[in-house]
Design a protein around this ligand. Sequence first.
Ligand code: G3P
Length: 224
Amino acid sequence: MLYLLDTANLDEIQKAQETFPLAGVTTNPTIVSHERREFFPLLRDIRACIGDRMLHAQVVGKTCAEMLKDAQALQEKVGGNLYIKVPVSPQGYMAMRELKKQGYKVTATAIYTPGQALLAANCGVDFTAPYINRIDNISGMGVNVVQMITTLFRLHSLPTKVLAASFKNIQQVNDVSLAGCQAITIGPDILWKLAEHPLTDMSIDQFDQDWEGVYGKGKRIYNL
Ligand code: G3P
């Protein structure tokens, strides 16, 4: 499983990558707008922070020609291990095909149906990003959509991976992981919640108490 962080906040990225096995960072126009900074300096700071991990950055152009120009600017001004995110609009599919011809790595995004994912995969994209919570919000069963996409890709021998996105809780993360997606992108709040459990904290407290009762407070194995 590849874990990506769905944020453009440098402090959150730094903290998360120190702790967890992060494969990269995903952004979109909404996410970058939250940082209220110049776009390219922000993306270059993220690149510097994550090194050669994946950075998924989204085009904002409306036409295929504009999307290609956005992609070229991202490649030239940010570069590195970059994935160009393209929404699955008709112009987007056109852009995905052209970007793949030109050798870009591409993530098809804003996916709500298995049909959209299958079309994008046939454009040759590297990742497809279905929006789990937004699908759940329209009673579309995000987990079923992921299940259908992974099944379709397997049946049609397509190498495209599923990068599940848009999560509001841990149950959604567990469900799509079981449904066979290869990657998830989650906000920092969900990542930290995924790692924690109050019973884990209680267990660790009990270990400390028992150890200190016999070996002394603050004693460590390395200084016995
Ligand atoms: O990566 C896509 C994601 O940012 C959409 O998430 O939480 O706005 O539905 P959300």
